[in-house]
Design a binder for this molecule. Structure first.
Ligand SMILES: Cc1cc2nc3c(=O)[nH]c(=O)nc-3n(C[C@H](O)[C@H](O)[C@H](O)COP(=O)(O)OP(=O)(O)OC[C@H]3O[C@@H](n4cnc5c(N)ncnc54)[C@H](O)[C@@H]3O)c2cc1C
Ligand SMILES: *[C@@H]1O[C@H](CO)[C@@H](O)[C@H](O)[C@H]1NC(C)=O
Ligand SMILES: *[C@@H]1O[C@H](CO)[C@@H](O)[C@H](O)[C@H]1NC(C)=O
Ligand SMILES: *[C@@H]1O[C@H](CO)[C@@H](O)[C@H](O)[C@H]1NC(C)=O
Ligand SMILES: *[C@@H]1O[C@H](CO)[C@@H](O)[C@H](O)[C@H]1NC(C)=O
Ligand SMILES: *[C@@H]1O[C@H](CO)[C@@H](O)[C@H](O)[C@H]1NC(C)=O
Length: 504
């Protein structure tokens, strides 16, 4: 066996990089002649506008070119060139994944779906067809004036595509499941360049896989046909308390997950803790929504405990609002460095586990605050609790079930998410390593209390790139997802060439 020494490996790596750069330039040229006007090269203003991502970690990758298809046929042409010439590529929709390389690529080709932005409402008002490059604000601005809504995202510029393909937590999930449970049909470009539909009638296995199984192993979705329903303004209430109240609020949050939310499927909520020295230190924040309640002077019963005068807030904001306004209310600015990590827990009989995670998170906050101070910078840390109550798990089963592997009998489940925002790249490593350590500690604590969720489910859309998301779908679903990937991409082209994100 030949011994590969350091310099030989280095030479191989360099020649590999040079070859791929050269090849992707050739592919860009081939695409430019097949799809004139849809391609842009570095140091041009179209290239710069495609290279805008929510997280600065993503915009730092510099692809050889961006391709911005106008139609599914354009996507098919580009994919044929890329898969025949074996060119690495990435696919961008809303561009909101935090980690580098999720929807952009250094040296390869990035397909930006932004121009696939058509939105049309069926005559019977029961289906809305949405192009894969649309953002949730585009959807709500089309639907609000018609008194319609879909099960979709909660922040304005997040992409329709990524959110639906990984699951999709919505205001309306309590009665209708996640976004992926409310797709009637996907139009998809396969690795071969063939354009197919996937629905309960055709390509049923592909349809199932795309319901939460992510896109990057199966195909490029070019259009989502979503179930729509009549919806007026929602009741919404945001509350901010001093962090010291967490020991009172978390037991109430636990009771809401286990008992409250299942009693009122029109209600939706999540809890966020943060450290914000300008407002005195730790804070607990809570957004409450109700799809049908309309009294702004008193809350719906399901949230009454949080409105008790014994729990004084620093800030509260009650409103009746359309989806567009609510989406803008929690829009997060572009251009900072971002990281997400998550895990999930089985809700136990008592809130102890949810309480005991808080001091573990405080240790991470102290570590990051010190690390940031050492480079004269800051990190914003968030600990987010989002429940999957039993009514959501039941609603997930109604339209034939999804790929996530979550069953009503295993619930309710609490998603525990870490979200971090910072600006100095010198902090990237400490953010990632301390987040991994904290998630490991949370999992170990849960295991010691018998409260790991079934299969150790990790929500894809809040996961870090190094997390083994697919293992959490369960053995059986993982095998079925692999089977579907092999059936629709027999040569494994997407596995090899579609870089970043989670691979089967
Ligand atoms: C501010 C903010 C708010 C959020 N709010 C919510 C929320 O309310 N509910 C929720 O569930 N999640 C939420 N998320 C998480 C969000 O669902 C994920 O970040 C999601 O992946 C973003 O989708 P995107 O299209 O913007 O991202 P992108 O980074 O463009 O895409 C994500 C991945 O999907 C692939 N992909 C994109 N388009 C396609 C396609 N058409 N076909 C196949 N693969 C494709 C990409 O290649 C990439 O790997 C939020 C995230 C942020 C940053
Ligand atoms: C979709 O929304 C984005 C963000 O507000 C906006 O820039 C874009 O022009 C909208 N697209 C369409 C087709 O209206
Ligand atoms: C949503 O409501 C706001 C008022 O809060 C209004 O200004 C806006 O036009 C509405 N948006 C749509 C798309 O209907
Ligand atoms: C939680 O509450 C306890 C007791 O009031 C307090 O010591 C701790 O700092 C709080 N933690 C957070 C994150 O607010
Ligand atoms: C709203 O709730 C308050 C308190 O329960 C009640 O007094 C009031 O009549 C309600 N308003 C409407 C419009 O129903
Ligand atoms: C630290 O950062 C602040 C604001 O970013 C800046 O005003 C200040 O000059 C910096 N101090 C040092 C010592 O670099």
């Amino acid at each position: 066996m030949t011994q590969l020494t350091g310099p030989v490996l280095l030479a191989l790596a360099l020649s590999g990089a040079a070859t791929s750069d050269h090849d992707s330039s050739k592919a860009c040229a081939a695409i430019a002649s097949a799809l004139p006007n849809l391609i842009s090269f570095p140091n041009s203003s179209p290239y710069s506008s495609h290279n805008i991502y929510w997280s600065a970690r993503q915009s730092e990758a510099r692809p050889s070119c961006f391709v911005a298809p106008n139609t599914a046929q354009d996507v098919a042409k580009a994919i044929k060139i890329l898969t025949r010439q074996n060119i690495p590529f990435a696919v961008k929709a809303g561009g909101h994944t935090p980690f580098e390389g999720a929807s952009n690529i250094a040296q390869g080709v990035t397909l930006d779906l932004a121009n696939l932005n058509a939105i049309s409402v069926a005559l019977d008002r029961k289906t809305v067809s949405v192009g894969a490059g649309a953002r949730w604000i585009n959807v709500s601005e089309a639907l609000d004036p018609l008194g319609l809504a879909v099960v979709g995202g909660r922040s304005a510029t997040v992409g329709v595509s990524g959110l639906i393909l990984g699951g999709g937590i919505s205001y309306f999930s309590g009665s209708r499941g996640w976004a992926c449970d409310n797709v009637r049909n996907y139009e998809v470009v396969l690795a071969s360049g063939e354009i197919v539909n996937a629905s309960p009638r055709v390509n049923r296995n592909l349809y199932w896989a795309l319901r939460g199984g992510g896109g990057s192993n199966f195909g490029i979705v070019t259009r989502f046909d979503l179930a729509s329903f009549d919806q007026g303004e929602l009741w919404a209430n945001s509350r901010i308390w001093p962090g010291a109240l967490n020991r009172t609020l978390i037991p109430l949050m636990h009771d809401l997950l286990v008992n409250g939310l299942p009693s009122d499927p029109e209600a939706h909520t999540y809890f966020v803790m943060t450290y914000y020295p300008q407002l005195g230190g730790y804070l607990v924040m809570n957004d409450q929504y109700h799809a049908t309640y309309s009294n702004t002077t008193s809350p719906p019963d399901v949230f009454a405990a949080f409105h008790d005068a014994a729990l004084p807030t620093l800030l509260t904001n009650t409103r009746l609002a359309n989806v567009s306004r609510l989406l803008r209310d929690i829009e997060q600015p572009f251009g900072m460095r971002q990281a997400y990590w998550d895990t999930s827990l089985a809700a136990t009989a008592t809130p102890d586990l949810l309480l005991d995670i808080v001091p573990l998170w405080e240790e991470q906050v102290a570590l990051l605050t010190a690390a940031a101070a050492a480079v004269n910078s800051t990190v914003e840390p968030y600990l987010v609790y989002q429940g999957i109550s039993s009514n959501i798990l039941e609603a997930m089963q109604v339209n034939g079930g999804n790929a996530l592997g979550l069953k009503p009998e295993d619930g309710p489940v609490m998603i525990v998410q870490l979200s971090l925002t910072w600006s100095n790249p010198a902090l990237d490593e400490v953010v990632e390593t301390s987040s991994k350590e904290l998630i490991d500690k949370v999992n170990a604590l849960a295991a010691s209390r018998g409260a790991r969720s079934k299969n150790g489910y990790i929500y894809m859309n809040y996961a870090a790139d190094t997390q083994d998301v697919y293992a959490g779908y369960g053995r059986e679903n993982l095998a079925r997802l692999r089977h579907v990937a092999k059936r629709y991409d027999p040569e494994g082209k997407f596995r090899k060439l579609w870089r970043g994100y989670f691979k089967l």
